[in-house]
Design a protein around this ligand. Structure first.
Ligand code: PNS
Length: 162
């Protein structure tokens, strides 16, 4: 049973995340999508909301489970008996961040491995921060998130404007 772990802050879960999750799920027996906190970012959505959005966005994708975790990624990696972490790569700038994170995690756990999947061409410009920016100013996010969560994303962001 080969388990891959796809961690992220998913604030919110985008079509780009869905694309990576679907492709990663095809490469393993079980894909654990883990919603974590990135201490360098202040999330707009709660952990529970982010899990719910990931679940809705991934409904119908076989072999995937969504969890939340508070703590170190390497500890979760051990807990779920992961063979590798999967992360999406959009641009060159992502690579630097991913390489640094992978090196730090490998120091903590020498068994830690990462698979970097390049974003599909039509997903390269989708990011959670762009989604939040567009939604904040009332723009259309329907090409960036799954239809099941688009209204929720818009409503939650406009709540913050009030
Ligand atoms: O979607 P993001 O914000 O790029 O995801 C980053 C995330 C959540 C995977 C990373 O911040 C993380 O692993 N957080 C958990 C705490 C941890 O292990 N930090 C050390 C990473 S070197």
């Amino acid at each position: 049973m080969k388990t891959f772990l796809f961690p992220g802050s998913f604030d919110p879960f985008s079509l780009g995340h869905r694309d990576i999750a679907k492709r990663a799920a095809d490469l393993c027996d079980r894909l654990v999508v883990a919603v974590l906190n990135n201490r360098g970012k202040s999330p707009v959505f709660s952990l529970q909301e982010r899990v719910e959005m990931a679940n809705q966005s991934l409904s119908g994708v076989p072999g995937v489970e969504v969890i939340s975790y508070v703590g170190l990624l390497v500890d979760l990696y051990r807990n779920v008996d992961a063979a590798a972490v999967v992360r999406g790569l959009r641009a060159e700038s992502d690579f630097r961040i991913e390489a640094e994170m992978a090196a730090a995690n490998k120091l903590l756990n020498p068994d830690y491995e990462v698979i970097l999947l390049p974003s599909s061409a039509d997903m390269v410009f989708i990011s959670s921060s762009t989604i939040k920016e567009v939604a904040f100013f009332g723009g259309d996010v329907s090409k960036m998130v799954c239809p099941q969560i688009a209204e929720f994303v818009k409503a939650k962001i406009s709540e913050r404007k009030a």
